[in-house]
Design a protein around this ligand. Structure first.
Ligand SMILES: [Ca+2]
Ligand SMILES: [Ca+2]
Length: 598
């Protein structure tokens, strides 16, 4: 390899010629056919180098027929950033290498990169590199490789299912570029998650070599300010031996809003007076930027105000007596109209949703609901945008009831809840367990509801907790528990009562009177659950009115299994202990009760 200049600077294009000559080895007569004049080449680029021209490409191949025959490849490119070293490594393999991923080192060329004085002060972008082998959260072996960054990688050749948790730390929230360096001998598929959320699946190109030849792949990640865990986990395809990641770039600040234009509807002009323009960076807490102090006019009005703080989300919030009532609103930085993902509040008058305030059409307007269930005046009527290119958080939804009063599961009496003000998709929880998805939820189940919203790049905080009450005249579960069989009630005597905290559910308790023998603990088998305790079973949840059974035994403390045969005639050594389960009453080593609901 030879470069066409002795030293280069960042952004300066240069060329490297790679000359290949078939040496005369005929006298040796010892090479197998696979090492004839056919070969493939791979040049490992230093960091920051991009190819711009030339007839070289990765895995370029040729066949030289006669000793002394030559072929030359030209690699033209430039450095877009200044790496620690300008070392190009030349590797040679056979066509077989493409399948095996194994190459031979054939030389290297170091191109010195001079400091570019004009640029050095200007390039101050964030950059952080982390070695895969240095991360504590990971699985798969650490593998030595002289060519790897820091001499080591993480992962194995024959198993794709490995992960590395990279602990990154960035100065500000925003979109960053993450470059993964890896080795693979087939195209890997990895999942990337940030702090356990915002999963993205990435099909990586095959680096083409399990050893020596790495590949770099760059993709965007949305990061919060401060520490985050970026998990890169193999999920399929070829195994991916991870070498390192570099996080570069910087958060794109959001444009500062200092002007709005709005068009009010044709009536109730005084309701504009007192409306606010607000900003938020977390989608949950809002800061007043400007309060409108005049009445509406029914035509376009423009408000300019001093504001130097950038926000990811900006919104119009109605005055205490307002219901939205905008035909249109636009947010500006100076003369530049800002674009973004719109959001707004619910509920609204049918066919007059908040979307009409940000649809660009003056004749279509927004009006919050003003009568019936869910009617609301004031700043709970809002509409705004999450500013494109910089917003990294989602709007946190608020739960509002839009139909019904309370619920009764037996009669299927329902309420409808709506998520007001959110971005992306809404997920609902009832008492902390998943209860559905979508902008609204119709339910007959009482309890405490919460909601979150998320899209591909963000997950919101949790909404307010909204309690749905059981109707006062709700008869409760029509079903009653019945003991269908039992034995030795002094051992196991089951009480089944409705669970007051979980309508439709039950609580199981044992009021048996037999004492626990020393050295033993109670083993309760409740459905498929094995519960060990020194006290009688108390208020064990049984979630639905489905038949079940409880078995109770006194088992030796720490007994690992009951799944063994009884003692054979030759004895019990290493086989089963006679006293693994205690005798609790004459002829009984346990109690069994079955129950139904009808
Ligand atoms: Ca490494
Ligand atoms: Ca409109």
């Amino acid at each position: 390899m030879a470069a066409d200049r002795p030293v280069v600077t960042v952004d300066e294009e240069f060329s490297i010629d790679i000359q290949c000559t078939l040496r005369d080895l005929s006298a040796l007569r010892m090479f197998p056919v696979s090492l004839d004049g056919e070969f493939v080449l791979k040049v490992v680029f230093p960091d920051g180098f991009v190819q711009t021209a030339g007839n070289y490409y990765p895995m370029v191949s040729a066949r030289l027929l006669r000793p002394g025959e030559k072929v030359t490849y030209r690699l033209t490119g430039k450095f877009i950033s200044r790496p620690p070293s300008g070392k190009f490594t030349l590797l040679r393999g056979t066509r077989h290498s493409l399948e095996m991923g194994r190459f031979l080192y054939r030389g290297e060329l170091v191109v010195p990169i001079a400091e570019n004085a004009a640029r050095s002060g200007a390039t101050n972008a964030f950059s952080q590199c982390l070695e895969a082998e240095s991360m504590s959260g990971a699985n798969g072996p650490v593998t030595g490789d002289a060519n790897a960054s820091n001499g080591q990688t993480r992962g194995a050749e024959n198993q794709y299912n490995h992960f590395v948790d990279y602990l990154v730390n960035v100065p500000a929230a925003g979109s960053y570029q993450l470059t993964l360096r890896y080795y693979s001998s087939a195209a890997p598929v990895v999942s990337v998650t940030v702090n356990g959320g915002n999963a993205q699946s990435i099909s990586l190109p095959n680096s083409g070599a399990w050893n020596i030849v790495y590949a770099d792949y760059t993709f965007p990640v949305i990061l919060n300010a401060g520490a985050s865990t970026v998990k890169i986990a193999g999920t399929g395809g070829g195994s991916c031996r991870q070498d390192k990641v570099c996080v570069t770039g910087g958060a794109q600040p959001c444009s500062v809003v200092n002007k709005v234009r709005l068009h009010w509807r044709t009536a109730d002009f005084s309701r504009l007076n007192g409306a606010k323009i607000q900003g938020s960076n977390d989608g949950a807490s809002w800061t007043d930027i400007f309060t409108i102090g005049v009445n509406a006019t029914g035509s376009w009005q423009e408000f300019t105000f001093p504001n130097a703080t950038s926000y990811q989300h900006v919104r119009y919030a109605a005055s205490p007596i307002g219901y939205g009532e905008l035909r249109e609103i636009e947010f500006y930085n100076g003369t530049t109209k800002l674009s973004g993902t719109p959001f707004g509040s619910d509920p609204n008058v049918a066919a007059m949703g908040w979307q009409f305030a940000i649809d660009g059409i003056v004749n279509e307007s927004w009006h919050g609901k003003y009568q019936g269930v869910g009617a609301h005046a004031g700043p709970s009527n809002f509409a705004g945008i999450s500013i494109t290119g910089c917003a990294t958080t989602c709007i946190t939804p608020a739960i509002v009831q839009t139909a019904g009063t309370n619920v009764c599961p037996v009669t299927n009496q329902q309420v409808t809840l709506a998520a007001s003000g959110y971005t992306g998709n809404v997920s609902w929880l009832l008492n902390g367990s998943p209860a559905g998805s979508g902008a609204s939820l119709t339910t007959a189940n009482a309890g405490t509801y919460t909601a979150t919203s998320s899209n591909g790049t963000c997950t919101s905080g949790q909404s307010n907790a909204f309690v749905v009450a059981l109707a006062a005249n709700c008869a409760g579960p029509a079903l009653a528990p019945k003991i269908s069989s039992s034995g030795f009630p002094e051992i196991l005597n089951l009480s089944i009562v409705a669970d007051p905290a979980n309508p439709g559910g039950w609580l199981l308790s044992d009021v048996g009177t037999v004492s626990l023998p020393a050295g033993y603990e109670w083993s309760y088998f409740i459905g498929s659950k094995w519960l060990r305790t020194t006290a009688n079973l108390t208020n064990e949840p049984w979630q639905a009115s489905v038949p079940g059974r409880v078995v109770k035994m006194a088992t030796k403390i720490g007994l690992d299994t009951l799944n063994r045969w009884p003692c054979p005639p030759e004895g019990c050594t290493y086989y089963y202990q006679n006293d693994a389960v205690a005798q609790l009453a004459p002829g009984a080593r346990g109690g069994l009760t079955t129950f139904i609901f009808n």
